[in-house]
Ligand binder design. Sequence first.
Ligand SMILES: [Zn+2]
Length: 304
Amino acid sequence: MFTLKLATNSSGARAGIFILLLTIILPFHQAYSARAAAGAGNANKPLEPIPAKLVVLTFDDSVRSHFDIARPILKKHGFSATFFITEGWDFRTNKQHYLSWKQIAQLHRDGFEIGNHTRDHLAIRDETVARLDEQLAGIETRCREHGIPSPITFAWPGNAFTTNAFDILRRHGIQFARRGGAPEFPYELGRGIAMEPGRDHPLLLPSAGDARPFWKLKDFVLAASQAKAGRPAILQFHGVPDIAHPWVSSMKEKFAAYMQYLADHDYQVIALRDLGRYVSPNVEPADSMAIIRTRQIRLKADPP
Ligand SMILES: [Zn+2]
């Protein structure tokens, strides 16, 4: 009896020690895993909790009014932003409607982020993905020539995307990529949804709104106010105004009112690269399209 009792006690003690060891080792292991996932850009810095009213501001297509109109308004409010640069359309010759590289370099020196939007504004699909490498390199070369760091964020041109581009984007050091509100929402209205970290792939982050010429303040508020704790809202703009792309233009006065709204309501306005403080670029969902399909089913059952 005594022997049996001793054996029971002894195995209980062994289990106790095992559990004790686990409670000591596990937190270290978890902390290490979180650090490993945080990525090179945020080495050894733990992620911060995502606050409410966190807005990522993005501007596409290298439009001249980004410098003349948006820049002073953003500086007045102390807002950051990402400018997604392409040399598409007649960028090289039409300096009335498009930024010069000198202006783009100044935006960088001002502290804004310069992101990659492909050299030729090429829609990246399975049929064109073989050209993505040269398209990214074209912008990287110009950045290097003008003292701008190689972009670590990307915006998919023309509302197209393919998951077959992910490896190429990663090889070029792209941490986050932004798409439009589609395919969950139709392109025309510029509607979208706030990103869901961990469920949205870091290279397929949705726009919560993509400003349209017919937008009123309430449309902008609908997009921005989706920014809740844990759900940053990425906002997409083109020119303010955009003479060369009138279907996505925002008039100066409207844009100024939108930015004033963000300032008056204590929004924190950051560039896409700054998302790395809150969201790991290396945590990817097992199925990058799953959240998109889930939303499509939900929106079909309950249209907005
Ligand atoms: Zn574009």
